[in-house]
Design a protein around this ligand. Structure first.
Ligand code: FAD
Length: 500
């Protein structure tokens, strides 16, 4: 006989992770079947950063049935077409990692092979001249994708920059409307049963919240998964030595750009994320290589306009849980692990944690195989993202500071080393296990940071040079013409969500 369903789900934490979990579960489960309670502490508050996303967030919103214009107005969101990387491969370098593809694959052969061939023939265009998102981003223009797959504009892929605090508030409204009960209070004590499963939370004012299943969304505190269940932590800081962030909003100096900027600094990097009314800035650095005062000075000296608050300091360690799901508890968000936001992946990893849980939704008794499957999947997700982030540090020729010397010469994970060597020697990149970052992303970063394959595809090499040049020129011209017809990002925002 089937065991009963879980009847009481408790989410601890009301940041993006907690409210995304609450929203997703409440969109699927009615309050009569499963009672969902979210406990959050106003006294502790949220981390309050996390403003840049990747296109996968659109799928999450589709699942919830969120109206895009309403979401954008409520969170003061702007559109994002990719990330501009400045000073990464070498000082003075600049490239865009755009969403979507470069050019069009032809006859089953990857587009970048045609680009490599044209380069051998003397062409000098960067590969991003063939990305609609990159060209539009640089021109400060935006339009939604054309659903007609024959249109050039069907190649638009986008995500958002938004205010993380407003996002949590937006999802809270969504979840409460669907029956999620919010309890404000600070959890003081976590009670376990004889098996070691979590049974109840005692708040500092004595109230007790009981549950059958718990989500730890308590951020870096990791109150349940770490402090109570001791689910282990895999430390990746030898590959990702940055451990401190200073975050500060500033005013806009111009119209909001439809892309994030990441500028490499002496011992880390600085983000620039334009939302509708302000710019989010942050300097992420390795404290073993730079003092906090020096990091603060660099950031404040490079803001485009006056800061709107004092810089906030956040410390972290790169890595993830050894077990994301232990007993009757799953960690989502910062409690599950942290990879610096160089490619804006944390909110994606939250989404992935939620959807994998939904696809493995247990009955009251939880077979160990479910936990094993969940943990295996999330570990793979984290490791694949980790490799892609390390790539940015490893693929550099910078030798101007001890930090960059360390990064340039560190021993890499075998999985990443294989990818880099395969590309360097043959120009080939393959996507394994549905990994988040597909071939165009790897190609953008590897070429952008100066890893140039020593050979191009031998089949493409047999094509007449003029034919290759003509195909590329027609793609480039079609994109440039399409971008010329787009409204500016600012104009589009005004029309689309008039609250700007
Ligand atoms: P938090 O926001 O910290 O929320 C924790 C919650 O738990 C709070 O509600 C708190 O009150 C509650 N809580 C804690 N202890 C208790 C207790 N004892 N009792 C009751 N409640 C408790 N992600 C991106 O996708 N894009 C980005 O650009 C990006 N930038 C980032 C920059 C930095 C510097 C950092 C550190 C992170 C960034 N992230 C980014 C990650 C992103 O901020 C987080 O993944 C996201 O905000 C989720 O955080 P969270 O909900 O896990 O934690």
């Amino acid at each position: 006989m089937n065991a009963p369903l879980l009847r009481r789900i408790v989410i601890v934490g009301g940041g993006s992770a907690g409210w995304m979990t609450a929203a997703a579960l409440s969109s699927l489960l009615g309050p009569k079947d499963v009672a969902i309670t979210l406990v959050e502490s106003d006294a502790i508050g949220t981390v309050g950063v996390g403003e840049a996303t990747i296109p996968d967030i659109l799928a999450f919103h589709r699942m919830l049935g969120v109206n895009e214009a309403e979401f954008m107005a409520a969170t003061r969101a702007t559109f994002k077409l990719g990330i501009e990387f400045v000073d990464w491969g070498a000082k003075g370098d600049r490239y865009i990692h755009p969403f979507g593809q470069h050019g069009v694959d032809m006859q089953g052969i990857d587009f970048h092979q045609y680009w490599l061939r044209a380069r051998e023939d003397g062409a000098t265009d960067p590969i991003e001249a063939y990305s609609l998102c990159a060209v539009a981003a640089q021109a400060g223009r935006f339009v939604l994708p054309d659903p007609n797959p024959r249109s050039v504009l069907s190649q638009i892929r986008y995500a958002y920059h938004f205010d993380a605090t407003l996002y949590a508030r937006f999802l809270r409204r969504y979840a409460e409307t669907r029956g999620v009960v919010r309890v404000e209070g600070t959890v003081g004590e976590v009670g376990q049963d004889a098996r070691g499963d979590i049974a109840r939370l005692t708040l500092s004012d004595g109230r007790v919240v009981e549950g059958d299943f718990f989500f730890d969304c308590t951020g870096f505190r990791a109150l349940l998964i770490g402090q109570t269940l001791d689910a282990g932590f895999v430390d990746w800081s030898p590959w990702l030595p940055c451990d401190t962030a200073l975050a500060v909003p500033s005013a806009h100096a111009g119209a909001p750009t439809p892309y994030t900027r990441s500028t490499a600094r002496d011992a880390g990097w600085q983000w620039r994320i334009p939302t509708q009314r302000r710019v989010g800035n942050g300097h992420i650095f390795a404290s073993a290589f730079q003092s906090e005062d020096a990091a603060r000075d660099v950031m404040l000296a490079t803001l485009e306009a006056a800061p709107l608050a004092d810089p906030r300091r956040i410390t972290f360690r790169a890595g993830c849980r050894e077990r994301f799901w232990q007993g009757n508890c799953i960690a989502i968000g910062l409690a599950a692990g942290f990879l610096e936001p160089l490619e804006s992946t944390s909110i994606y990893l939250i989404q992935e944690g939620i959807s994998r849980f939904i696809s493995l939704f247990p009955r009251g008794d939880i077979p160990e195989i479910l936990r094993t499957e969940y943990n295996r999947h999330m570990r793979t997700e984290f490791e694949q993202v980790r490799d892609f982030i390390i790539l940015h540090y490893a693929a550099t020729t910078r030798d101007d500071t001890p930090f960059w010397n360390y990064c340039r010469t560190m021993t890499l994970p075998d999985t990443l080393l294989h990818k880099i060597e395969l590309f360097r020697e043959t120009g080939r990149v393959f996507r394994y296990n549905d990994e988040l970052f597909a071939r165009p992303s790897w190609v953008a970063v590897m070429l952008g940071q100066g890893i140039m394959p020593t050979t191009s595809d031998p089949i493409v090499a047999t094509l007449p040079a003029d034919d290759v040049a003509r195909s590329l020129a027609s793609m480039r011209e079609a994109m440039a013409a399409a971008v010329q017809r787009m409204p500016t990002h600012g104009e589009f925002l005004l029309r689309y969500c008039p609250a700007v």
